[in-house]
Design a protein around this ligand. Structure first.
Ligand code: MIG
Length: 839
């Protein structure tokens, strides 16, 4: 009887006929939606828009009615234009989870309308429509090409496609998480968040896609946000070299275009549209230790003890799914964690911030309060016939919250309170593509599942799927804000969509312990930064399989300079803590960890720059020289913030490597050895060495090594100054709490320059209310060729200074101007300044 009753409530027996068959096939694992993104939609069936019949001027643009469809052109701002194309006339702007800024005040435009063409101009851009074909050309005001339609927009039923030229040599970046080198040109990439088992180079799509493309050529950087969350793809010259095509299976085409002289201008525009990452708590920039399989209280106590005793800096410990009671989200196992709050309190007392995993699947279980409450409050996703979606994940059959309902987000945020009260500091959102454990081809929900989409229902295919991870992260973020209003939320997610930077960081999913994946860690993090979601990093050491000692050591070096630094691995693999690979690797790991913690003020400044301008935290080398095509494909080295260039070893057995240095003068960060840029050099890199360079003219702020953020108040700030002409910034605030939003911040600008009279001057300008804890500043000026005559501070003599092997060192209070005086000591620079006056 019970079995029959159960059978009867299964959705396939209660839903309407049209959905029964796919639902059954799906449950049996036969729902073969294996629509490989390789498959090309039949070209012939797509209809171009045809001749433009009427033009209606509108604020900021125009509305064009063509034979087969409609286009709306709207200058959202004078440097950003939005295009919308659809069959049945352009209705209300569809709700977008990506774009945060309303489009209420479009730019001032002028028109030129002839029978052949319509031209709309702002003071930055022009858009020209060829009326015979309804195709567009968009340029900067000075004539640099941003977009030139080939076939332009084409429609077929629910589907839309948009093709334009991809000029020879344009570099292509962004698109979220791609298992590829940094330059994405030449391939097709899917938009469908997917839990791929054992991805590798070329696997696509992965967990997190962002339909934002950054294009680069020497005279222009441009951005294309394809703001359509449905299943689709972008082809960057694979099908037709020289052409790029965006495709979506459903919904209207809605594209935002922006351009500028360099990638920074594009990222600024893109993050103005889609929002900025709020500052994370400073501890989140520290080291995180995780593994699947830390499954009882004693393990965490031992881990904590080991880190502190071995003096290996660490800020966060992770609780993977084993902490839960039978994989029930928002619970914990009372046998293995009899005193969870007490445990978490003890860990916190030792400086560890506990982070818990949460999954979206809520176990169907009549004894589970979260399930009962969710059913009662009606928060779960449904099939078109109104029955709740049920599908298998870790706990067995589950329901899934519909995070596109405000009501369900509030419910989730309320649940988050349980983990906050237990003492967790951050939340890790997994399986939110969403991923299932069944035999269906893409292990996700059926395309016809309905999402409420803030009262404008959309199917899973048309948007529910690709925004699911982002909205889960949003709900989690809101929960943390609500339950711990004085703390900055730390949220991590596996899946996301454009704009998710407003709520969350991410990681690159289940990678593998291979050298290939070590390399991918860099290109993937770079492209995430160019997609507006910069706070990311890999499972250091690899998730699948086990790294060799050498691979683990190299990976610690690489990750120590990536935005997010965590070790993680799969259940059942060998131990993967920094001490698990013998003494040598432990000391290499310590060195990487200590460098990370010393660099925190510099890294944090990069986060603050991102929070303000969308500047990525790590950047491809072309960031420095967007005109230098030789840098367009470089992804074995990267910039960290404005000043550091990391060139880690990525090959097994290698103890040296070639490094492409952008133009200018560089210094080896530790030894201070000077290097000419603008070409390749060979750097020595035995296993304990990570080649790291600093730009001449930069001031790098460093903290003393600490075992965790906040261990001790910082008593001394070290400024490592690399002789040369330049400007550097430093951002400081309390590193936690919300006071930074009310102006409790301090920005410092350091300007360094040579005076022909024979001095090197460091000027320090500070602004803002925040007062850091230190009163002492130690300055190391690297690259001084001989003993100076004297060192002056704010007009007086420096009390004490030393000169040793090319470094002038002195201790001071926060000063305004320091001068190193002595023609002899500065000869090489003075010559240089005369030859190449700084601009
Ligand atoms: O189906 O929670 O990517 O980091 O350790 C696997 C267990 C579920 C996938 C995540 C991984 C995590 C694992 N999870």
């Amino acid at each position: 009887m019970e079995t029959i009753r159960k059978l009867l409530v299964r959705p396939e027996f209660t839903m309407g006929l049209p959905t029964v068959i796919p639902a059954l096939r799906y449950r049996m694992g036969l729902f073969v939606r294996n629509r490989r993104f390789k498959r090309r939609p039949p070209h012939g069936e797509f209809q171009a828009l045809g001749r433009v019949l009427t033009v209606k001027r509108q604020p900021g643009g125009a509305w064009l009615h063509a034979q087969q469809g409609h286009i709306e052109i709207r200058f959202w701002a004078s440097g950003i234009v939005r295009l919308r194309a659809s069959q049945d006339g352009v209705a209300e702007l569809p709700l977008s989870y990506a774009v945060v800024e309303p489009d209420e005040t479009p730019a001032e435009v002028t028109y030129e309308d002839t029978p052949q063409a319509l031209t709309i101009r702002t003071d930055q851009l022009t858009c020209e429509v060829d009326k015979a074909a309804c195709t567009l050309v968009i340029k900067t005001r000075d004539g640099r090409l941003i977009v030139e339609d080939t076939t332009g927009f084409r429609l077929r039923g629910e589907q839309v496609m948009w093709s334009s030229r991809l000029p020879d040599g344009d570099g292509c970046y962004g698109l979220g998480e791609r298992a590829s080198g940094v330059n994405l040109r030449g391939r097709r990439y899917g938009f469908w968040n997917s839990d791929l088992v054992r991805y590798r180079y070329g696997s696509d799509p992965l967990y997190l896609s962002i339909p934002f493309l950054l294009g680069l050529r020497p005279d222009l950087a441009y951005g294309v946000l394809w703001d359509n969350p449905s299943r689709g793809w972008v082809d960057l010259g694979e099908a037709t070299p020289g052409e790029k095509t965006f495709f979506a299976e459903s919904g209207e085409a809605c594209v935002y275009l922006m351009a500028g002289h360099d990638p920074q201008a594009v990222l600024s525009a893109y993050t103005a549209l889609t929002g900025h990452m709020p500052l994370p708590p400073l501890w989140a920039l520290g080291f995180h230790q995780s593994r699947w399989g830390y499954d009882e209280e004693a393990t965490f106590r031992t881990l904590a003890h080991q880190f502190r005793q071995r003096r290996l800096p660490c800020d966060a410990l992770y609780f993977d799914i084993d902490y839960m009671d039978g994989y029930r989200v928002f619970t914990w196992n009372r046998e293995r964690f009899p005193q969870m709050p007490a445990l978490l309190k003890d860990l916190r007392a030792q400086g560890f911030k506990p982070v818990a995993i949460i999954d979206p699947g809520i176990k169907i279980d009549r004894k589970y309060d979260v399930y009962l409450d969710g059913v009662q409050r009606d928060v779960f996703l449904k099939y078109p016939d109104g029955t709740r979606v049920a599908a298998p994940v870790w706990p067995g059959r589950c329901h899934f919250p519909d995070f596109s309902r405000p009501h369900a987000r509030a419910w989730w945020a309320e649940q988050v309170g349980k983990l906050v009260q237990a003492g967790f500091a951050g939340l890790w959102n997994d399986m939110n593509e969403p991923a299932l454990i069944n035999l269906s081809s893409d292990k996700s929900l059926p395309p016809y599942v309905m999402h409420e989409w803030e009262e404008h229902p959309r199917s899973h295919l048309a948007g529910g799927h690709n925004t699911y991870g982002m909205l889960m992260a949003r709900s989690t973020y809101e929960g943390l804000r609500q339950h711990r209003p004085d703390a900055r939320p730390f949220v991590m997610t596996r899946a996301a969509y454009a704009g998710a930077q407003r709520y969350t960081s991410s990681w690159t999913g289940d990678n593998t312990a291979t050298w290939e994946h070590l390399r991918l860690s860099i290109s993937m993090a770079l492209n995430m930064g160019l997609s507006g979601l910069p706070f990311t990093g890999p499972d250091t050491g690899g998730f699948h399989d086990e790294p060799s000692q050498e691979l683990f050591a190299r990976w610690m070096q690489v990750s120590s300079l990536l935005p997010y630094f965590r070790v993680h691995t799969i259940a059942g693999s060998r131990d993967q803590e920094p001490w698990s690979f013998g003494e040598q690797v432990e000391s290499i790991s310590r060195c990487a960890l200590e460098r990370r913690y010393r660099l925190l003020p510099m890294l944090y400044t990069a986060f603050a720059q991102n929070a303000q301008h969308g500047t990525p935290i790590i950047r491809p080398l072309f960031w420095l020289e967007p005109r230098n095509k030789a840098l367009y494909d470089v992804d074995d080295a990267f910039m960290v913030g404005d000043a550091l260039l990391a060139a880690p070893v990525l090959d097994e057995g290698a103890t040296r490597r070639e490094v492409t240095l952008p133009a200018g003068t560089w210094y080896a960060f530790e030894s201070g050895e000077m290097q000419r840029g603008g070409g390749r050099i060979t750097a020595d890199a035995p296993l304990d060495t990570l080649p790291l360079f600093a730009r001449a003219g930069s001031v790098i702020p460093l903290w003393p090594v600490m075992q965790y953020v906040g261990e001790l108040p910082v008593e001394e700030l070290l400024l490592r100054v690399f002789a040369g002409t330049g400007e550097s910034v430093l951002y400081e605030d309390a590193g936690e709490g919300m006071a930074y939003r009310d102006g409790e911040t301090r920005w410092s600008t350091f300007t360094t320059s040579f005076r022909p009279s024979g001095e090197f001057v460091i000027e320090w300008h500070r602004s803002g209310a925040y007062q850091p804890s230190y009163e002492r500043v130690r300055v190391e000026v690297v690259g001084i060729s001989g003993e100076p005559e004297r060192v002056e501070l704010d007009g007086g003599m420096a009390p004490v200074w030393y000169f040793n092997e090319g470094v002038v060192e002195f201790v001071a209070g926060p000063f305004e101007r320091a001068r190193i005086i002595g023609r002899e000591a500065l000869t090489p620079f003075l010559d240089e300044t005369r030859l190449h006056p700084p601009h």
